[in-house]
Design a binder for this molecule. Structure first.
Ligand code: SF4
Ligand code: SF4
Length: 136
């Protein structure tokens, strides 16, 4: 059975410059599209992929990634801003790697653009009043 899934890969520092994803094609017969990628020197890397192939190859490929030390997250996890809790402090704006938060210059309120979010979870830890929630 053929599958196509969107996932987020978190690369620890030691793996950031290794050709890990390339092996999905070569050794596991999978195809992938890189939808987004963020790599900062000396820090964790993040990549959003759409992977397609046979289910058994997909399962083998995911096992290989996990064994290599890559943390995998499904994009079905949805990040939600709880408007009642948000104090519009702006801490999430600076931390989000995809610029999913913006400050409205007129109202001075923080706006969340869910379609830009790759569910990395960084803003959840950074938000002082815990106004950002991860829904499954
Ligand atoms: S860090 Fe939390 S409280 Fe501050 S603007 Fe972002 S969502 Fe609102
Ligand atoms: S989880 Fe938060 S920090 Fe990560 S991409 Fe989504 S909005 Fe940005």
């Amino acid at each position: 059975m053929a599958v196509s899934k969107r996932i987020v890969l978190h690369f620890p520092k030691r793996l950031v410059d290794r050709p890990i994803v390339y092996r999905l094609v070569k050794d596991y017969d999978l195809e992938f599209n890189i939808l987004k990628a963020f790599f900062t020197p000396e820090e964790e890397g993040l990549m959003v992929l759409e992977i397609s192939g046979e289910q058994k190859d997909y399962d083998r490929g995911i096992r290989y990634l996990t064994k290599s030390g890559v943390r995998i997250q499904s994009l079905s996890q949805d990040v939600v801003l709880n408007e009642e809790r948000c104090t519009h402090c702006g801490a999430c704006i600076t931390i989000c790697p995809t610029n999913a938060f913006e400050l409205d210059p007129q109202t001075r309120r923080v706006i969340f653009y869910n379609e830009k979010c790759v569910a990395c979870g960084q803003c959840i830890k950074a938000c002082p009043p815990r106004a950002i929630e991860l829904h499954f």
